[in-house]
Design a protein around this ligand. Structure first.
Ligand SMILES: *[C@@H]1O[C@H](CO)[C@@H](O)[C@H](O)[C@H]1NC(C)=O
Ligand SMILES: *[C@@H]1O[C@H](CO)[C@@H](O)[C@H](O)[C@H]1NC(C)=O
Ligand SMILES: *[C@@H]1O[C@H](CO)[C@@H](O)[C@H](O)[C@H]1NC(C)=O
Ligand SMILES: *[C@@H]1O[C@H](CO)[C@@H](O)[C@H](O)[C@H]1NC(C)=O
Ligand SMILES: *[C@@H]1O[C@H](CO)[C@@H](O)[C@H](O)[C@H]1NC(C)=O
Ligand SMILES: *[C@@H]1O[C@H](CO)[C@@H](O)[C@H](O)[C@H]1NC(C)=O
Ligand SMILES: *[C@@H]1O[C@H](CO)[C@@H](O)[C@H](O)[C@H]1NC(C)=O
Length: 494
């Protein structure tokens, strides 16, 4: 019995001890003070974003101590707390969300140690409540701010302030999916510490400044989904650290500059959906780290023989559809041992198909449809069976496969007639073509943006796509089978 009465006593001692330790902890953290200006700047800045009903001094009397605010990080400098990161937007369940009457308050520029500012899905009413970026005061952040990110803010309009050119310590500038307009400021080229420059999915227009070519620490450049025009500056050949370059879905024109061949560490090059002309630049063959090359939907013209394809031994995805390419398919393409996806559809390719294409060890999808290939297909029945509709050879009126191969239609190449037989194409029309999951004009490019932007997909991006196009493409591929490829292509339908 004695033991039983002792237990509550023991518990209360433990609880008391715990409380004491807890109290002491509280004392210690709140012992570090915060400058009044810093604290008031924090309350006012947040209130500007989340609305006047939010009373910071009531709810969070010690914002860097025992009443932390979700999305706010602090650090101690000389015994005082300073705000080092401010992230607003619906990232986690208890994150602060912006109010309809959201505004930038000048107090934002009172932070003395702010390293990272991010506003996600915060300015959402381009019609009812459009907001522009502050034009002044960015210079106060010149030696401290490292990361600036505005993402999914359709109500954030106007131009990039030239004051951004002062942010010399910036390593990451992400302006993704906003309503920003105008030309890209030349003095972004002064931000020589930048490693990531993502300006995708806004309404930027005009030329890409030559000055960007001086940012030689850049690892990721994503300017996709804007209305940029003019040439791709040859100075981009100076971005020698670059891993990913995505300029897709703009109106960039002229020849792909030969200086692009200097980018020896580049793993992704996406120039699809632009207005590039002048044939395939030979120096593309120098891009020895390349894993994904997407050039589809450009009036490039010329033929495939201008590049020695077998030199690009890391290639996993090669999308050259709808480029107006003529002449034949060189054997050097069949020498790409890691290639999983080959898109040559909707060109003006001619000649016979080499059976070597079927012998590529990793290939999971080959699209050759919509060309003028001729002669007999000499691949094995097993190959057709394995590939199904991922071997696209339809819409080549002068192509056929020999009698005897397969016998039944299910084992022949999909949509191709047998030789010496007046059989019409079965079931191939515009409708079934798109149902093949190869997307409009057979291109992959719509999906690569999210990956290139951030090294990982944007919110809501398909998980499969993330697997497919992750940084280490090779390793991920080994975990995906042929069906993986099929599913991924279906994603490009959307
Ligand atoms: C917050 O509440 C305190 C008292 O509860 C009040 O004095 C102060 O003015 C309020 N601040 C704002 C910005 O509403
Ligand atoms: C950018 O750098 C150039 C040359 O160093 C300098 O003349 C110019 O003033 C800088 N612009 C800004 C906004 O810092
Ligand atoms: C290219 O990548 C290699 C290996 O990761 C690295 O050592 C090298 O410094 C990179 N080159 C440039 C110019 O960044
Ligand atoms: C593409 O370039 C040609 C001339 O090279 C021009 O006529 C055409 O308007 C451009 N198309 C777009 C969409 O910019
Ligand atoms: C396809 O090639 C054949 C001969 O190889 C030629 O007669 C025909 O005109 C070509 N068709 C097209 C659309 O270019
Ligand atoms: C190919 O793209 C063009 C313009 O991008 C579009 O007009 C056309 O409908 C597309 N073709 C198919 C088959 O989707
Ligand atoms: C990618 O994965 C392969 C296989 O696991 C590995 O050998 C290689 O070092 C990885 N590359 C990078 C850049 O992580």
């Amino acid at each position: 019995m004695k033991n039983f009465t002792d237990i509550p006593r023991a518990i209360s001692v433990v609880v008391l001890l715990f409380l004491c330790v807890w109290c002491k902890g509280q004392e210690e953290t709140s012992a570090a003070p915060m400058e009044k200006t810093e604290k008031e700047a924090l309350y006012s800045t947040i209130q500007g974003f989340v609305g006047n009903l939010w009373n910071g001094s009531d709810l969070y009397p010690d914002p860097c101590g025992w009443t932390p605010i979700q999305g706010v990080s602090c650090d101690l400098f000389d015994g005082f707390w300073y705000v080092t990161a401010l992230h607003i937007g619906p990232i986690e369940e208890n994150s602060l969300d912006c109010a309809p009457e959201v505004e930038f308050r000048p107090d934002l520029f009172a932070f003395k140690r702010l390293k990272s500012l991010s506003l996600f899905s915060c300015f959402v009413s381009p019609r009812l409540h459009p907001v522009s970026l502050p034009t002044h005061s960015w210079e106060v952040f010149s030696s401290i701010l490292e990361s600036l990110e505005f993402r999914s803010n359709p109500g954030l309009i106007g131009q990039i302030p030239t004051g951004f050119g002062h942010l010399r310590n910036l390593q990451s500038l992400v302006l993704l999916e906003n309503g920003l307009t105008g030309e890209l400021p030349t003095n972004i080229g002064n931000l020589t510490n930048l490693r990531r420059l993502v300006l995708s999915a806004n309404r930027f227009k005009g030329q890409i400044p030559y000055s960007f070519g001086g940012l030689d620490k850049l690892l990721i450049v994503d300017l996709s989904k804007n209305s940029l025009s003019g040439p791709l500056p040859s100075t981009f050949g100076g971005l020698t650290s670059l891993l990913k370059l995505d300029l897709s879905s703009n109106q960039i024109e002229g020849k792909i500059p030969s200086e692009i061949g200097n980018l020896r560490n580049l793993t992704l090059l996406d120039l699809s959906r632009n207005n590039f002309t002048g044939g395939l630049t030979q120096s593309l063959q120098e891009l020895c780290s390349l894993e994904e090359l997407l050039l589809s939907n450009n009036p490039i013209g010329g033929d495939l023989s201008s590049v020695e394809w077998h030199r690009l031994q890391g290639l996993v995805i090669l999308d050259l559809s709808n480029l107006g390419l003529t002449a034949g398919i060189p054997d050097s393409i069949a020498g790409l041992k890691r290639l999983r996806f080959l898109g040559l559809n909707d060109n003006k390719l001619t000649g016979n198909l080499s059976p070597k294409l079927a012998a590529m060890p990793s290939v999971g999808a080959i699209y050759l449809n919509g060309n003028n290939l001729t002669g007999e297909l000499k691949f094995s029945e097993g190959f057709y069976g394995k590939m199904g509709r991922r071997f696209g050879a339809w819409n080549n009126p002068n192509l056929c496969y020999p009698n005897g191969v397969g016998g039944s239609a299910s084992h022949g190449p999909y949509g191709v007639r047998q030789c010496h037989q007046e059989v019409t194409l079965y079931g191939v029309d515009a409708d079934s073509k798109s149902s093949l999951g190869n997307g409009p004009n057979g291109s992959l490019n719509q999906n690569s943006q999210s990956m290139a932007s951030l090294g990982f997909p944007v919110y809501g991006a398909d998980v499969l796509w993330c697997l497919f196009l992750s940084v280490n493409v090779t390793r991920r591929f080994t975990t995906l089978d042929i069906n993986g490829i099929d599913k991924i292509e279906h994603r490009s339908d959307g």
